[in-house]
Design a protein. Sequence first.
Length: 230
Amino acid sequence: MLLLLFVATIAWSQEPPKFSVETNAYPYLDPVKTDTDLTAIINWRRLPGRLSYFSYMNFRGAFSDTDFEFSRSEQNLRWAISDSLPVDLSLQGIIVDGDGNDVTQVGIGWRVHNTPGMSGFFSRAGLIYRVTWQFKRFAGGDDSAWQIEHFFNWVVPGLDRRLYLSGFVDQTFDHNLSDAFPTRPIVAEVQGGIRLFNEVYAVVEYRVNDFRLGDQHNLAAGLEYKLLIK
């Protein structure tokens, strides 16, 4: 994980990239009150050498009676294999609270919205869609699992970025889990945002986590602030 951060820092020092920093606060959670209620996101879209970097950190207890603590972080370093093909190689590090939970994954991604012959439609629609096949996992226990990750972001055209819908679906296959879990568990989030002023948004997020037995579904609401540097 430190390697990912080191590479991103070096690239930043060589050439300031286009990037954004987002903070999401969710004072309202229902029915799972112990779910993530504070998230910080960094997205560096343009680094030297056709690299890009994305990370998030989740915390819980910021707006509840429970202790404030780190929950989960994901670090993604992507390398576009050429300037003309919408294909990336990816290195992903997942850090989870507790011992022996960290995971490293290697994958290949397709930026569907950048595909020749399709990019014009996606641009006019204000839509971004990317799918990544995480074909190899390195973990302390089960290395056999693999994932397909879907990500989308839709900024409604003609509204001056006033309204957006974004989300992801992570599908896990061949995971060595007990029979109590689904055969192909998913983790998914869909968030809608309305810009109130400047870069402050009111947000509502629907969450699904098949690894949280008995509490798979949750609803979160709160505020988002975006710092955008172009």
